[in-house]
Design a binder for this molecule. Structure first.
Ligand code: NAD
Length: 332
């Protein structure tokens, strides 16, 4: 099947082409992201493949459908960038990669915690400049600390297990707790208020929905343990960046690790060095010594990229063969 890929980077092309040796689709790669002005590129394609910052709102889906697109394949787990109601009404099937490597994301959350805590990013620069001082590099033992995990799906469970293994007390919150996981004797489900009050570290592993939008806002910051660490490897919209800036300035937040950012589509995945950053919130966040920002790289391991390519190409083959789409995203 002929498939147009949007927002293609060298690594997408490399993994897709390698795995496609077993699938034999015709893959056409575009660097540009999908928006109303670039949707025209999908002319003549029945299937397109998009990533997390490509937009598929109603207007774009209407344009795609009028050009013959019938399948939207997300090479990602999250689908908050797709108007599912519009897709259903326009008879465009939406498929995704529900699981690729929960370890990739959970381990990146751990990397952020260790970096922020032990300040290895600062130590690395210092030593390279001949500064061997330990001033302001003090960290804390993770063992015995209380870690709140918001969202106990695939990634949240792996992350909770890692932190349990490090000797932390794990508190979990999820409106739909997983029964098997909840039956582990070390897993303690609490409500959000209690988690905010007791946690030294909170890590977000839930999807972005209407309910979870700005879950961490000014009101939440009133409830947290002063000086706590917040890690977000899920979706930018879960965190109110302006509230975080206030919290960092007042010291209410002690450490902030962001792999995702609400306005990331104008920034992440691009080399903007030498450009003027127009986003004042991220520019301010970048000035804090206790903030670590990575550009949506938590998923980025060889294992995850291989699995993403395999599942995406299999989804496309299933659609082509008229088979059941087991990874279809349906409107609830
Ligand atoms: P999952 O569907 O397995 O688990 C999500 C869990 O969140 C579920 O248990 C669900 O009940 C729970 N949940 C739903 N609404 C909630 C709420 N309001 N508060 C708390 N919990 C809630 O998903 P997953 O594979 O574990 O992925 C989690 C998130 O990680 C995804 O939604 C995606 O946004 C993000 N993600 C980020 C990257 C990255 O590279 N940074 C990569 C993959 C996934």
């Amino acid at each position: 099947m002929k498939v147009a890929f949007f927002s293609t980077k060298s690594y997408d092309k490399k993994f897709m082409e390698k795995i496609n040796e077993d699938y034999h689709h015709e893959l056409i790669f575009f660097d540009t992201g999908l928006d109303l002005s670039t949707a025209i590129l999908a002319q003549g394609f029945e299937a397109i493949c998009i990533f997390v910052n490509d937009k598929a709102d109603r207007a774009i889906l209407e344009k795609l459908q009028s050009q013959g697109v019938r399948l939207l394949a997300l090479r990602a787990a999250g689908f908050n960038n797709v108007d599912l109601k519009a897709a259903q009404e326009l008879s465009i099937k939406v498929v995704r990669v529900p699981a690729y490597s929960p370890y990739a994301v959970a381990e990146h959350a751990l990397a952020m915690i260790l970096t922020l805590n032990r300040k290895t990013h600062i130590a690395y620069d210092r030593v390279r400049n001949g500064n061997f001082s330990l001033e302001r590099l003090m960290g804390f033992d993770l063992r015995g600390k209380t870690v709140g995990v918001i969202g106990t799906g695939k990634i949240g469970q792996v992350f909770a297990n890692i932190m349990h293994g490090l000797g932390c007390h794990v508190l979990t919150y999820d409106p739909y707790p997983n029964e098997d996981f909840a039956s582990e004797e070390w897993v303690v489900y609490v409500d959000l208020h209690e988690m905010f009050k007791r946690s030294d570290i909170i890590s977000l592993h839930c999807p972005l929905t209407e309910d979870s939008y700005h879950l961490l806002d000014e009101e939440a910051l009133q409830q947290i343990k002063p000086g706590m660490m917040l890690i977000n490897t899920s979706r930018g919209g879960l965190v109110d960046a302006k509230a975080m800036i206030k919290g960092l300035k007042s010291g209410r937040i002690g450490y902030l690790g962001l792999d995702v950012y609400e306005q990331e589509e104008n920034l992440f995945f691009e080399d903007l060095s030498g450009h003027i950053i127009q986003d004042d919130d991220i520019a301010r966040l970048m000035t804090f010594p206790n903030v670590l920002i990575t550009s949506h790289q938590a998923f980025f391991t060889e294992n995850a990229m291989t699995k993403i390519a395999e599942t995406t190409l299999q989804n496309i083959s299933d659609f082509e063969a008229g088979q059941e789409l087991k990874n279809e995203v349906k409107l609830k």
